[in-house]
Design a protein around this ligand. Structure first.
Ligand code: ATP
Ligand code: MG
Length: 553
């Protein structure tokens, strides 16, 4: 595909917007919003919604608000608010208005009073259980509450006293009076307000009653003059209620709710409830564990904002739920990192190689390109020395067929350096390899060996000049492509999702790496200096993704 980077792929929502603009609906304004509840960290599913809402605003010269849907004070907190702002910013978006549903608590209350006066809402004093029983089922209509026909005066009085804090939690609720026989259960007199005598981070102890999500959401959208209110498919059945509230209240603005399929990504879960479980039951080391599908976890893993935006564009926006292959996300990451990251050498499981035909203390400085295709990325020096480290995987005493790395009596090229030959394997009494004694062909620096072919090339790090480091190799968190349906999460977790290599050696240039700087470790994958734990004294790198897909089915 050859298209300018900014060109957005068309989808059914952009088509609706194009038609609305052609008809000069909303005087040509486009206003969207991203409305998270601050009760957890954002994940890659939210990134889809963020890219869609902010992307549309940018594409159509519109506006996009960040609105915290903070109507459930018990589960929400400031840590989540801050994290959400950081994540949206890191993804590369700027909100126009920073809003909170709690900004509208007064308006929401006054609108509710209006609904009561219209005969469209009533105070129900049934218990939660009675309300549930009267609601009916998909097959049976609901039954009207005995409080349904309370007078407007009585409703106004009770609602005012609910607000004043005269009643305990659960004593009354305010319900819309719609249709207990509706085929859509959301229309069977849904709850608008409940009593909750709890402190709210922004409104303190001002309120003893809090509005419900469905009621709050449409009113907040209208208050902000949102034109297109984009949400996930599970809200399709709530749209009649969204429209009912705004129609009855005759709000000046009546945003259009449009639903799209939520992202489901293979080998991970995107349900907040289950993510909380992973954190609380210590299956991962917190919300920003690099295996988590959270934005903060992906950031720590080394994913780039550009790759995540690219992914959201490639998966598109539809009305059909479908699982997206992890390979799609990983391909976006690899493409971006291949293009932008400097190459380095690192040895994760070191074996020592001593080059016996070099004098003791021998060193030689070699110059390496930072990127094979990009001269402007510059070059760096790498010290070659008599003693070097190579990776355990690159030597075999019993090589499988077609093995092209080092074997006893065999030759291999050290990347960017000489061809060496393994002359002797030194082992401990227990049979572990202590070192490989090799000779080198001094005539092979930048030249093919004469009279023979040496196919294999392996990476290496100088034992005298290299730096010790810790490398954490991450992989998919789950073994199952569609996890989350088994009884226990544990059964579906990938036991190898994190392998920590504590004693690695990396080339000296990596001691200058900054936290969050990304590299390709040649032949091993893409790695990032850990955002929190990396220091120049003890470098710590996380594997972002392998060079190739090793999970292909
Ligand atoms: P909860 O589990 O609490 O319902 P949620 O994941 O729906 O959480 P919200 O904070 O309510 O989180 O979501 C904010 C916005 O992100 C909503 O507009 C929601 O539709 C959207 N969103 C959430 N999950 C996904 C997903 N997997 N794919 C696309 N959009 C999503
Ligand atoms: Mg939600």
């Amino acid at each position: 595909m050859n298209k300018p980077e900014s060109a957005a792929t068309s989808n059914f929502i952009r088509n609706i917007i194009d038609d609305d603009l052609a008809a000069n609906k909303n005087d040509g304004r486009i206003v969207t919003r991203f409305p998270p509840e601050p009760n957890g960290y954002l994940h890659i599913g939210h990134a889809k919604s963020i890219c869609l809402n902010f992307g549309i605003a940018a594409q159509y010269n519109g506006k996009c608000n960040l609105r915290f849907d903070d109507t459930n004070p018990v589960k929400e907190n400031e840590e989540f608010v801050k994290a959400i702002k950081d994540d949206v910013t890191w993804l590369g978006f700027e909100w126009d208005g920073l809003k909170h549903a709690s900004d509208y608590f007064n308006e929401l209350y006054n609108f509710a009073v209006e609904l009561i006066k219209q005969g469209n809402a009533y105070v129900d004093s049934s218990t939660a259980e009675e309300v549930r029983e009267m609601r009916g089922t998909l097959k049976e209509p609901g039954k009207p509450s005995p409080y349904r026909d309370r007078s407007v005066e009585e409703n106004l009085d009770l609602f005012a006293r609910m607000k004043a804090g005269e009643f305990d939690d659960g004593a009354h609720i305010l319900r819309a009076k719609i249709d207990m026989a509706s085929g859509n259960i959301n229309m069977r007199d849904p709850t608008l307000y409940r009593i909750r005598k709890v402190h709210h981070v922004r409104t303190g102890n001002d309120w003893s009653i809090y509005p419900m999500y469905d009621y709050t959401h449409c009113v907040s959208d209208a208050m902000e003059n949102i034109t297109h209110s984009l949400c996930t498919l599970e809200f399709e059945d709530h749209r009649p209620l969204y429209d009912w509230v705004l129609d009855e209240l005759k709000t000046p603005a009546h945003p259009q709710q449009i639903e799209f399929a939520r992202l489901m990504l293979e080998y991970t879960i995107l349900s907040k409830r289950k993510l909380i479980q992973l954190v609380e039951e210590d299956y991962v080391k917190g919300w920003d564990d690099p295996r988590m599908p959270t934005i903060t976890g992906m950031r720590r893993r080394g994913f780039t904002p550009a790759a995540i935006r690219d992914f959201c564009e490639r998966i598109g926006v539809t009305k059909n739920d479908s699982w997206i292959e992890m390979a799609v996300l990983e391909t976006c990451i690899r493409e971006d990192l291949n293009e932008h990251s400097h190459r380095r050498m690192a040895v994760l499981e070191p074996i020592k190689v001593v080059i016996t035909d070099l004098p003791d203390g021998y060193t030689e400085t070699l110059s390496f390109a930072n990127h094979p295709q990009k001269e402007d990325f510059g070059r760096r020096d790498i010290v070659f020395s008599k003693e070097i480290w190579i990776d355990k995987d690159d030597f075999s005493e019993n090589p499988p067929p077609k093995y092209q790395r080092l074997v006893p009596g065999g030759e291999v090229r050290l990347r960017g350096s000489y061809v060496i030959k393994c002359e002797e394997v030194i082992k401990s009494d227990a049979g572990d390899i202590i070192e490989l004694r090799c000779t080198h062909d001094a005539n092979t620096l930048g030249k093919k060996p004469e009279g023979r072919k040496v196919k294999g090339v392996i990476h290496w790090v100088s034992a005298s000049a290299g730096v010790q480091a810790q490398v954490r190799v991450y992989d998919r968190l789950f073994n199952q492509p569609n996890p989350g349906s088994a009884d226990s999460l544990e059964a579906e977790l990938n036991p190898e999702s994190m392998v920590v290599h504590k004693t690695c050696y990396v080339e000296a240039a990596l001691s200058e790496a900054q936290a969050e700087e990304r590299f390709q470790f040649e032949r091993l994958g893409y790695f990032v200096a850990d955002r929190y734990d990396h220091t120049s004294e003890m470098p710590v790198f996380n594997r972002t993704v392998s060079l190739r897909d090793t999970w292909a089915r």
